[in-house]
Structures are given as C-alpha cells and as structure tokens.
Ligand binder design. Structure first.
Ligand SMILES: [Zn+2]
Length: 174
C-alpha cells in the first residue's frame, strides 16, 4: 500500500517537473527576433505611420530590411512580442519612389487587416485581390499602380542583367 502511494507521488512529482521545464523553456527560448536591420529612415516610418492610421491599426508596426531583395517584394508577420513586422529588401527601399512604397506597405498592412497574416497560401490569387482592393481603399489606385510598375521594372532589370552577363563571354570571343 505504502509502495503504491510512493509510486503515485513520484509520478506526480515527475509530471510536475516536466510541466515546469516545458513552461520555462518557452520563457527562456530566444525571442523571435526579426531578421535584418530595423529601418529607421523617417521617409519609411512616416509612410507606414500614415497608412497605419488610415487603416485604424492600433498595433505598433516596424519595418525590417534584408540586404538585396526578397523573392517576394515584402512579407508581413507578427513577432513574438506582438509587434507587426513588415520585412522587405534594402534594394527596393533605396530605389522605389514614395508612391510605390506606399502601395507596397498598404498591400502588406491589408493582408494584416484581412487576417491573412501567417497563412501559408498567401500567394493565393483571391487573397491577393482582396488585399489589393484594400490598397485602393486606403491609398488609391495610383499607389497600387506605382508599386506594381516598380515590381515589374525590377524584374525586367534583373532579366536584362542576366542577358548582359550571358552575352559578355561570347563578346570577348568575337
Ligand atoms: Zn500579397
């Protein structure tokens, strides 16, 4: 009888220890720090702030940039400390005019507003159309046009650079 009680008590203690360790691991795990550099340029902060206010988003929004460019223009996600992060590339930030950045940030914030954040199928055409519709409401069709035009121009620029690289060796042979 005493042996059985001992076993129950030990099992209970073991469970308690495991639960505590599990809980503490969450507390001590490194916080989900966004990659890249936090963008502090006034131009970018002001653009995001104006859209955030218009969209009546109360959460704090930060922009982070990775060197070069992402495979997509930008991403939006929620960091562990509940901050909303827009992640984009330095190349685009340095090159795109305000109007295009406005369209881009509005598009990402629209995904957040519509609850698309964290969805794996974000590239879904219907969801993109919903986000773009929100962009038109928030910042107008010109800003949407400007962001799409700059995105396309970047793609064509990159394609042309590939062609230039490929044509160089044969030029030397001629
Ligand atoms: Zn999108």
């Amino acid at each position: 009888m005493l042996e059985a009680l001992k076993r129950v008590l030990l099992t209970f203690l073991l469970c308690l220890t495991l639960t505590l360790m599990f809980g503490l691991s969450f507390y001590y795990l490194p916080k989900n720090k966004p990659p890249g550099r936090e963008v502090k340029e006034e131009r970018v902060i002001n653009l995001v702030e104006s859209i955030r206010k218009k969209a009546k988003i109360s959460e704090k929004i930060k922009v982070f940039a990775l060197p070069g460019h992402l495979s997509v223009t930008a991403e939006i996600f929620r960091a562990k400390d509940n901050e909303i992060i827009i992640l984009t590339g330095e190349e685009l930030l340095g090159k795109w005019p305000d109007e295009a950045l406005k369209g881009l940030f509005a598009h990402e914030l629209a995904h957040f507003l519509l609850g698309h954040i964290g969805l794996v199928f974000k590239g879904n055409r219907d969801l993109e159309a919903e986000a773009d519709a929100e962009v038109i409401k928030l910042v107008g069709k010109d800003a949407l046009w400007s962001s799409l035009r700059n995105y396309m121009e970047d793609r064509i620029d990159r394609a042309e650079k590939v062609l230039q690289k490929k044509s160089k060796p044969s030029d030397k042979q001629q």
